[in-house]
Design a protein around this ligand. Structure first.
Ligand SMILES: NC(=O)c1ccc[n+]([C@@H]2O[C@H](COP(=O)([O-])OP(=O)(O)OC[C@H]3O[C@@H](n4cnc5c(N)ncnc54)[C@H](O)[C@@H]3O)[C@@H](O)[C@H]2O)c1
Length: 427
């Protein structure tokens, strides 16, 4: 498959994919040349939501090599005139943007930096107009097995970023999480209470809903608590020291390049987030593991829709500063069990594989995540603030986002998974 470039709407680039055939290379070069022309003409003058011209910005994106960072960098390179100082310990997911000779090559630089201990960070922040911090440990399997790393990553390591922004008068867009809401009020009502159906008890509002976490022994909440404290600190910096900030609370952003497939492009013993876990099971023909019955409810938003919201935050500071934004799709609500069923149906369609005889098995959270696990029951974002401030609404239905994502997973990984499985059998 040739790499496809040139427009953020133009498809996904597979990670680590080798273009083997010479003809494909030529095709690719032709496509790139065409894409470069498209980029030049497409970008033109950019205007914000108030019709004002947006000047080219230099963005320092920390965690640029991750799932969200890679999509944000693509969007910025392909569809805007902004430039990026991309900071991460890991750059594989943006290699396709960093390769020399692209039409945007002078607008992106990669810095392999661990923000825990690298004195270059403040210098990069000083050079930029805007800082976006995405860097974090953000995988549920880590929260109760590596709680110290989780707390350090989400609070201690984020602290200097906030301070450098304050001291150097830089605007900050900080990525928090919908996990800061914890459990809903509704989850504490008796099972047969009619109030459970009242949205007031489960819809999550940025400026009204409480943050309800479990006891300290439930170390699962280490992530949410660290994120909440850094949110409070950023908010206080805004109130007391005029830090210009925006806080983003993502509600399950889903798409290609999310996490890794264990044993293929990540450690075999690691447990990625649910999308990659289920994709891995599907490609291996294994049943999908449903933790505690898969009853938790989540809403899923397509990464491309969500990135559009982030771009609006970048280009509309007057509308975004001082705000906390839920970014999700309340219409794409599923229980984890329903998600497993949907992914199985869609994967069978895109791969041509038959439906497995045993599609799911139940496991306890103790077996799957170990001691100290707990969960939020339901997470439905209220969208009033982002709709009003940024005129943003998600577009992609859950079936469509899953079809696009699983097509990517299948194209990128299925052969490698097959090979790894036959090697294991042979040994
Ligand atoms: N994807 C979602 O749906 C979702 C949901 C809630 C919150 N978030 C938040 O959004 C942010 C980005 O999430 P993502 O899904 O892209 O995660 P990700 O794990 O794919 O990306 C995070 C990136 O940060 C980098 N990083 C971590 N520690 C670092 C350090 N010390 N120095 C340099 N780089 C470091 C990692 O290498 C990784 O590339 C995180 O803060 C996460 O908590 C995401």
């Amino acid at each position: 498959m040739a790499l496809r470039n040139g427009s953020y709407d133009g498809g996904f680039v597979a990670v680590g994919e080798e273009v083997e055939v010479e003809e494909e290379k030529e095709e690719e070069e032709e496509e790139e040349a065409a894409a470069a022309m498209v980029v030049t003409t497409r970008v033109g003058v950019r205007r914000n939501l108030d019709g004002e011209q947006v000047r080219p910005l230099k963005l320092c994106i920390i965690g640029a090599g991750g799932f969200i960072g890679s999509h944000l960098c693509e969007k910025l390179m392909w569809d805007t005139h902004h430039s990026v100082l991309a900071v991460d310990v890991y750059g594989d997911k943006i290699q396709h943007l960093l390769a020399p000779g692209k039409s945007w090559s002078d607008r992106i630089e990669f810095y392999k930096i661990n923000i825990k201990h690298d004195s270059r960070l403040e210098g990069l922040i000083k050079l930029s107009d805007l800082v976006i911090n995405l860097a974090a440990i953000c995988t549920p399997a880590d929260y109760n097995t590596r709680p110290l790393d989780t707390i350090y990553s989400n609070f201690i390591d984020a602290l200097p970023v906030v301070q450098y922004c304050r001291v150097n008068h830089k605007r900050l867009i900080h990525f928090s999480t919908c996990e800061v809401y914890g459990k809903t009020i509704g989850s504490f009502l008796p099972a047969d209470s009619p109030l459970k159906k009242d949205p007031a008890y489960y819809i999550l509002k940025e400026d009204e809903s409480p943050c309800i976490f479990g006891p300290i022994e439930k170390q699962r909440w280490s992530y949410a608590c660290a994120k909440q404290l850094i949110e409070r600190l950023i908010y206080a910096e805004g109130a007391e020291n005029d830090l210009e900030f925006t806080i983003v609370r993502p509600f399950n952003w889903i798409g290609p390049r999310m996490d890794f497939i264990p044993g293929i492009d990540g450690p075999s013993e690691s447990v990625p987030r649910v999308l990659a876990c289920f994709s891995n099971n599907l490609m291996r023909g294994e049943p999908l593991k449903l933790v505690d019955g898969g009853q938790s409810q989540r809403t899923f938003v397509y990464i491309k829709d969500a990135i559009e919201a982030v771009l609006r935050m970048i280009e509309n500071p007057a509308r975004a500063n001082g705000h906390i934004f839920n970014v999700g799709n309340p219409h794409n609500e599923l229980t984890v069990r329903e998600l497993a069923e949907l992914m199985t149906d869609v994967y069978c369609k895109v791969s041509g594989n038959p439906r497995p005889a045993v599609p799911t098995i139940d496991v306890t959270s103790m077996e799957f995540y170990g001691q100290g696990y707990d969960d939020s029951d339901k997470r439905i974002p209220d969208m009033t603030i982002i709709k009003k401030q940024l005129e943003w609404e998600p577009k992609t239905p859950v079936y469509d986002l899953m079809e696009s994502t699983l097509t990517y997973q299948h194209t990128t990984y299925a052969q490698a998974v097959k090979k790894a499985m036959s090697k294991t059998l042979a040994n």
